[in-house]
Design a protein around this ligand. Sequence first.
Ligand code: SAM
Length: 279
Amino acid sequence: MEEAAVLYVVPTPLGNLGDITLRALDVLRQVPWVAAEDTRHTAPLLKYYGCGARLLAAHQHNEEGAAQQVIAKLAAGESVALVSDAGTPAVSDPGARLVARVRDAGFRIVPLPGPCAAIAALSASGLSEPHFLFYGFLPSKAKQRADALRELLTHPHALIFYEAPHRILETVAALAAAFGPQRTLVFARELSKLFETIHGCPLGEALAWLHADANRQRGEFVLLVSGAPAPGGDGEGERVLRVLLDDGLSVKQAAKLAHAISGTAKNTLYEKALALRGG
Ligand code: SAM
């Protein structure tokens, strides 16, 4: 641990209690104070890990006051660990305002890497976009949600949403309505828990998958959507190319026609067609 008093930002498990890092355990066992989103939730966790720290409440309704308490502890030379109920504090969780106040007060913040539902879900999604946009929770009201999704419609990066079980059906319906049936939706449900499920399908099939088994609608969800295909870009060109090749056209003819239809460079399509035929 560091010499001077610092605020540690400590991720905690999403479900499986084994998902705590050695460093997080070290910090939680040594700090005199833990600032927690819900002290009733964190108390048994600290007990389980053998940590004797005292708890401070730091939730979304008292973050400013909690920040002052934390600053007072740090000023007295006592380090504090900030935790949320699960995963990484300040990621769709309280913590950001407290961290900002503590930094403004001149104290060091030390973030510990660790569990985060978005990153765990992304790692198992199979989505290959080089970039992603973490959105978190969509608005709960239908109109605001549709407006938010409209703004994301042409976004080329993979999109990551959080959702609670009671809204999963309406949110998936809204995603399909906004983005159309073809883009891929990956469900990452109950990560690190007994009923962990990772399932990817076209958005047009996603509601049917949820309805096929009521258990699939239960638990915590990360929803990932593949990015928008570039207009006239490789996505559209490749789609057309595949159709033409499947229809029996030669590599040369398929590349030529796919270029005429999609506008994707002819050389790119020709090479792609050779690779597809070869495969
Ligand atoms: N700070 C947390 C993190 O680092 O991921 C997120 C907290 S946010 C209040 C809770 C949301 O995270 C849930 O509604 C769900 O979307 C997602 N989440 C949390 N645990 C999850 C899990 N085990 N499986 C899937 N999603 C989870």
